[in-house]
Design a protein around this ligand. Structure first.
Ligand SMILES: [Zn+2]
Length: 259
């Protein structure tokens, strides 16, 4: 129990019978034990304490003998601010990856590579996070992405990204090829640069590649093609056409890339 400082009050003097010894210069505590004020000179008091004063005295004694309230357990809660945590470069939480490229215009393409590797690694991890939401027992970790396997384009007013990347199964350690589509449909100032994942799935060499090369033979009669992508090269493997949104219109999207 926490002991309060012993108060040198008229009451204390009365209880101990030492009233005559209390100096008139000594400070005493008032009822709230916070503000000091000067005590009346007990030694010069000629009258006995009033009934009200004795009631206050008894109350103080009861309060002093009451058990102290149980101390609250102190629980350490580590800060959850992102700035206090080590964020893995290129992870989903790597918010700075969105902004480092804004100041790269004075660099050569070669000097920009590490920055884009970081950004596209993050995009791939965003795709994996989307994949894991519906495949909880089949988890993968990113291994690599080639910058030439990433296509940024605009379709019907929306910026899209199509990409192939590789990831390793956490349990079996086998590596798989993934396709992901992301779309810029959110706030560009958020921690993902406004991009959201629209699909991410495992693909292989038997999957359809992009149809960009088809445009070399002229535009097809049927311009809308739900099954194919006309942005990417044939090396970029895609899942079923219905699972992604961009690139289905047969036209030149003015995207550089290997054919
Ligand atoms: Zn594509």
């Amino acid at each position: 129990m926490t002991s309060l400082p012993k108060a040198r009050t008229p009451a204390a003097a009365e209880l101990t019978g030492s009233g005559g010894g209390v100096s008139t210069a000594a400070p005493c505590w008032n009822g709230r034990l916070r503000t000091r004020k000067r005590c009346p000179d007990a030694s010069t008091s000629s009258s006995s304490p009033s009934p009200a004063f004795r009631r206050q005295t008894r109350k103080r004694r009861r309060d002093a003998s009451a058990p102290a309230p149980a101390a609250r357990a102190f629980v350490f809660k580590p800060s959850k601010k992102k700035s206090d945590q080590a964020v893995e470069i290129g992870s989903v939480d790597d918010a700075n990856a969105e902004f480092v490229t804004a100041s790269l215009f004075h660099l050569t393409q070669e000097e920009m590579l590490p920055y884009y590797n970081r950004l596209y690694k993050k995009r791939a991890n965003m795709g994996l996070a989307w994949y894991h939401e519906s495949n909880q027992e089949d988890r993968y970790e990113f291994t690599n992405v080639h910058l030439s396997d990433v296509y940024n384009f605009m379709d019907d007013g929306v910026c899209y990204m199509h990409m192939n990347f590789r990831a390793r199964n956490e349990a079996t350690r086998s590596e798989k090829l993934f396709f992901a589509e992301l779309a810029l449909t959110d706030n560009v100032f958020n921690q993902y640069g406004g991009y959201v994942t629209t699909t991410c799935s495992i693909v292989d060499d038997n999957c359809l590649g992009g149809m960009k090369h088809r445009l070399d033979d002229g535009l097809p009669t049927e311009r809308r093609d739900k099954q194919h992508c006309y942005v990417c090269s044939k090396d970029i493997k895609h899942p079923k056409g219905e699972s992604y949104k961009g690139g289905h219109y047969a036209e030149n999207y003015c995207v550089d890339g290997d054919d």
